[in-house]
Design a binder for this molecule. Sequence first.
Ligand code: SAM
Length: 448
Amino acid sequence: MTKRGRSWRDRRRKSKQKEEGVRHVTASLMSRDDSIQLMRWLRRNGFRDSHLVLTDFPDTGRGVMSTRNLKEGDCIVSLPENLLITTTTVVNSHLGQYIKTWKPRLTPKQVLSLYLIAEKSRGKDSFWYPYIQTLPTSYTTPSYFSTAEVDALPALVREATLRHRKVLQNSYKSLQTSLHNLEPLFPDWKTVFTLKSYRWAWATVYTRSVYKRGPGWEFLDPSDPDVYALAPFLDMLNHSPLVQTDTDFNVSSKCYEVKTEGACRKYRQVFINYDPYDNGRLLMEYGFVMPRNPHSVVTFTADDVVACLAVKQNGLSSKNLLQKKMELLSQENLTVNLSCSGEGLSWRLQTALQVLCMDHDSICNWRTVLRQTPRDPTLWSTARLVAQRLISKRLEQHSSRTQVAEKILDPGNSLISLFILMLLREDLYILEHSLKELNSHTAGALEK
Ligand SMILES: C[S@@+](CC[C@H](N)C(=O)[O-])C[C@H]1O[C@@H](n2cnc3c(N)ncnc32)[C@H](O)[C@@H]1O
């Protein structure tokens, strides 16, 4: 065996660094020109930023890095109104006269989607060209999932996915009847406004718009609020549930501003907090999931709990008693969103479990469980056994779903598959952890 000295290791290290450097430069060169054009265009049009640059991050993909230390209260982005795409932008554009008379009335999301497709098709002639060039060309939101990916999802997320896809299809269908009216502007409207381009535009609006209240145009469908604005550069900020930012339109400066509510170190990624969503919702609305998401939960319904009541107990609880309990729970809105998380069972689930385990005599005092403490130890020990059954049953179903998904999905080739597997594994962890907690309490109670 040849012994390799320090110089070999140094050479190896240097050549590895070079390889990585080449990979890094190749990856960033692809978007570097577009990023430079975007920044120039933004500054030409009144954008002010404080030392922020677009960068690829290994864990989140493209995002924003600060080149100086940021302190609480710093205004890091200030985007003038003329750089926002809102329904007002569209109404004042060449599409405006068509939007005003469109039948059936358009929703604000449809208006923005049509505009994005129209502007994209105009290429360099569009004012928005430098912005559109930096938009992703495809997304990881539900309308991009393959059939195998949809099938692999947990039941509730799968239902939400199918609903999401239906909304998109119906939205496109309702547009189709009037698209030919755009012929004077777009002679090739049939190949421009396709379902595929609409899916892209719709996902762009869904995943990248910020909240800005519109004027309430009377010619738009009021069933969807006019609160969306596409905000170049600001939409490059990724989400973290751990940060707080103040993101709003400032009516006096007429700029959309982002202010930090905490410090951020130099050369670190700057995040904003989109919404306190669990991973299922993040996947539905934004097309990604977060490892160790503090908002992640596994949810149950009251019917799931009822199915786990002991046969004996079920027998004892006459049909009428069970009906009464379900009425009480629904009065308190406690029949859905009963959940467990990395921290164990939620208060809602614990309460529903206790109500469903009450006997004939104690049900008249059912409100005592709403107060949470002190807990009736006998009632809670029955409820805990039902909880163990509930979680074990779900864990069994979920483990086999995850095993099947691991065989079918290819996370190396599809980011969507990777996110779905992350979602399944996170739920598995929550269920295992919750069951462990329940078992340890049972063991503790037996030892006493
Ligand atoms: C407003 S954009 C943020 C910029 C985006 N990363 C880009 O390159 O254009 C929102 C999208 O960024 C991605 N994203 C945001 N936060 C993320 C995170 N913490 N981890 C992974 N992807 C994230 C998701 O694809 C999401 O739909």
